[in-house]
Ligand binder design. Structure first.
Ligand code: AMP
Length: 420
């Protein structure tokens, strides 16, 4: 224990558990790479205005949870609380939308920061893999993203998740609904802050998790009943495409999500084994965001899946990922000459792509064999002065316990054929 600990609301990823996080990121990325999405990486911080405008001035993310700071040079920056605004900013800055190949499809993976009240599944530093398809209005694109997320979760072995789907309408029909909802909300018994929220962003009141608020919302008007014909047709097409792909979902007319920029399709992936922090991922269409941050009209859709919560979901379902062995061969030298010879062999094995490790430090045979066991290696090679004098090393199969001598010059080829 040092004097320091990981800051509140954060935790370290350490072996062997950290391997699960890598596997989850990889599993989410694989279907994206396979579907025309290119990898993008943006800075961990941005101009604070980008998030204020992009995510929304009235959202909890911006008003309460953002790590905003002024630099020594006087710039107002914020650690990124989410990925979409940054990715869109970067795409616009690089003029990707002008290359004549829309939609621009991008995926990313990284750390995000929100000053939230920490609890299981809710951290101040967390990790997401996300995807954005920028510059096309096509129900097939919305469907594609939902299908790819479903495929990612299934490839990990997850089963107990549900997809909640809704449409938030567009700039034609949402304002009409917004007013109807506002009128309804003003007639309720709500605290001052909630009433203020009803004025600025009434849809977000539907997201209020408090039971006394939810109870009053049972008869709230639903956006579903206000969708214009274009939005209705679009949503119906998305539903049909996902259904035809064999992906099941639930219509959730109250799903609004915590960010302001969504239009039309919105969805959330929830896992039933996670308690209160049940959302493992979410996303939707954000046709107005580009203009909100000073760009041209670029209808777009995207999602972000939480890596931390996906790992918790795997644990909740008891799924054991098949992780590649971190070490296949472990070398135990006895004496200086053996150390030089086996170190060369380990280097050769590694060059061939075989995961190999070495007993470092001056452990005796017993301690070194313990390390070999702990490494999980399938084979151990042991060599002492006498072995080398005979031109051999001892090859031990750690599963069967069998041990036999193999020529020093043959050992690499022998292991390659056994493990290859
Ligand atoms: P959001 O942008 O809030 O919809 O977040 C997308 C996904 O990121 C969520 O479904 C979670 O899986 C994950 N996520 C968001 N906030 C946190 C947090 N504070 N701690 C851990 N995971 C989070």
């Amino acid at each position: 224990m040092s004097t320091f600990q990981a800051p509140k609301g954060t935790y370290d990823l350490i072996p062997p558990e950290s391997a699960k996080y890598l596997a989850v990121r990889e599993a989410i990325a694989a279907p994206l790479r396979n579907s025309g999405y290119g990898y993008i990486e943006t800075p961990g911080f941005e101009n604070v205005e980008l998030f204020a405008r992009g995510v929304g001035e009235s959202t909890d993310i911006v008003t309460k949870e953002m790590y905003a700071f002024e630099t020594k040079g006087g710039d107002q920056l914020a650690l990124r609380p989410e990925g979409t605004a940054s990715v869109l900013r970067a795409a616009l800055e690089a003029n990707l939308h002008k290359l004549g190949n829309l939609p621009v499809k991008l995926w990313y993976s990284g750390s995000y920061y929100r000053y939230e009240r920490p609890q299981k599944g809710r951290y101040r530093h967390f990790s997401q893999v996300g995807a954005e398809a920028i510059g096309a209005e096509d129900p097939a694109l919305d469907a594609e993203l939902i299908i790819l997320a479903d495929q990612a979760y299934r490839s990990l072995g997850l089963r107990n998740f549900r997809i909640l789907l809704n449409s938030l309408g567009d700039k034609e029909c949402r304002p009409v609904y917004r007013e109807a909802l506002q009128t309804f909300l003003r007639g309720l018994d709500l605290d001052e802050e909630t009433l203020r929220r009803a004025d600025i962003n009434p849809l977000r009141v539907l997201d209020d998790k408090r039971p006394d608020v939810q109870k009053q919302l049972t008869d709230a008007p639903l956006l579903r009943d206000y969708l214009c014909d274009a939005c209705k047709a679009y949503h119906e097409e998305v539903r049909q495409l996902i259904t035809a792909a064999g992906v099941s979902f639930e219509d959730d007319p109250k799903l609004v999500r915590g960010l302001d920029y969504y239009t039309r399709t919105t969805f959330e992936f929830v896992h039933d084994g996670l308690g209160s922090q049940s959302a493992v991922g979410g996303g939707g269409r954000y046709d107005g965001l580009s203009e909100m941050i000073g760009g041209p009209a670029l209808p777009s859709v995207g999602w972000a899946l939480g890596v931390d919560r996906t790992v918790l979901a795997l644990e909740a379902e008891g799924v054991e990922l098949e992780l590649p062995a971190s070490t296949s061969v472990f070398a135990v030298p006895l004496g200086d000459e053996a150390r030089r010879v086996l170190f060369t062999k380990v280097t050769e094995l590694r060059k061939l792509g075989i995961a190999a490790d070495f007993s470092y430090g001056s452990k005796g045979l017993k301690g070194a064999m313990k390390s070999a066991n702990r490494s999980g290696a399938r084979y151990t090679i042991v060599a002492g002065e006498r072995d080398l004098a005979e031109g051999v090393v001892q090859l031990k199969d750690m599963e069967s316990g069998d041990q036999r001598a193999v020529g020093v010059n043959e050992i690499v080829a022998e292991l390659e054929s056994k493990l290859g």
